[in-house]
Design a protein around this ligand. Structure first.
Ligand code: F6P
Length: 322
């Protein structure tokens, strides 16, 4: 193995740069040439590929976002599109690739491996929805951003005896809502895995109001309700709390990566290069307990999601007391 490439795919996540930097530095330390692909699979198809050096790695390693750009490219499912990508890789003499991204990147990495380009995937997404890894790169930073935001919202809700509906990201995974709910004491938590109906939320807030709870945070995963502002209105009408809604949005994806995300990204980056040097491909790296493991992509797709319902039940019990 002489030349490897790196791309980031899907929604960016804090820590992606630390992973890219670790791969560049490890690759160069092991005598490889390392290339970065701009804008994910799209850049691969368009041949936007550049040689990377230590100075670039050092410059980006602590920064948020992804300096090499990311994109979503559903067309990569088409063989003709992938053939273009493989042709570009061959033009540069790149024999293997590290793909950093969410579950949307899995199949691309698998298919490229089948076409002779060994790919190792790293879980990079704020959503923490990669079942083969306890944590994904970016989750810790996003979670800390959310917790800081909710703490701020709590200050003003508590001052004014109000309620706020806070919507967080996560796509179809409720971990951001669950962990943030536990960390902030949000009175009501509705997650992708255990959605509360609007009626349930309204009646629970009403009970808290009747018990003279000074402030209420209703923390909800995105994509559960048609409109959190109209949910806030319903809560206000039934409970008497002046109720606002806050959609945290893309503020959750940006920002300087936390130390834990940098640590995870860096160790995973080193691990990925070592796997490529062993001639491995078609694997996704995950953290399990204190260990990094590489599993074949097909088996990660069949893994069941960890059951966190007890944590949610505990958080709800603790936080709804007055
Ligand atoms: O996968 C990361 C994520 O931020 C999800 O939490 C969210 O549903 C989605 O991406 C938003 O995508 P976009 O930035 O394209 O609006």
């Amino acid at each position: 193995l002489r030349k490897i490439g790196i791309l980031t795919s899907g929604g960016d996540a804090p820590g992606m740069n630390a992973a890219v930097a670790a791969i560049i530095k490890t690759g160069i330390a092991k005598g490889l040439e390392v290339y970065v692909v701009e804008d994910g699979y799209k850049g691969l198809v368009n041949g936007c590929i550049q040689k990377a050096d230590i100075a670039f790695a050092s410059e980006i390693q602590s920064r948020g976002g992804t300096a090499i750009g990311s994109a979503r490219l559903p067309e990569f499912q088409e063989l003709a599109v992938r053939e273009k990508a493989v042709m570009n890789l061959k033009k540069f003499g790149i024999e293997a690739l590290v793909v950093i991204g969410g579950d949307g990147s899995y199949m691309g990495a698998q298919r490229l491996t089948e076409m002779g380009i060994n790919c190792i995937g790293l879980p990079g997404t704020i959503d923490n929805d990669i079942v083969s890894s306890d944590y994904t790169i970016g989750f810790d930073t996003a979670l800390n951003t959310i917790v800081e935001a909710i703490d701020r919202i709590r200050d003003t809700m508590q001052s004014h005896n109000r309620c706020d509906v806070v919507e967080v990201m996560g796509n179809k995974c409720g971990d951001l809502a669950l962990y943030a709910g536990l960390a902030t004491g949000a009175e009501i938590i509705s997650t992708s895995e255990d959605k509360l109906s609007e009626e349930t939320i309204v009646s629970q807030v009403k009970k808290l109001s009747e018990a003279s709870k000074r402030s209420v945070i209703v923390l909800v995963s995105e994509k559960l309700y048609p409109d959190v502002h109209s949910l806030a209105k319903k809560i206000e009408e039934a409970s008497g709390y002046i109720t606002r809604a806050t959609v945290l949005g893309h503020i959750q994806r940006g920002g300087t990566p936390s130390a834990m995300d940098r640590y995870l990204a860096t160790t995973m980056g080193i691990f990925a290069v070592e796997e490529l040097l062993k001639g491995h491909g078609g694997l996704y790296v995950g953290q399990q307990g204190n260990d990094l493991v590489a599993r074949d992509i097909q088996s990660t797709l069949n893994m069941a999601r960890k059951d966190k319902s007890q944590v949610l039940a505990d958080a709800r019990l603790l936080n709804s007391q007055v």
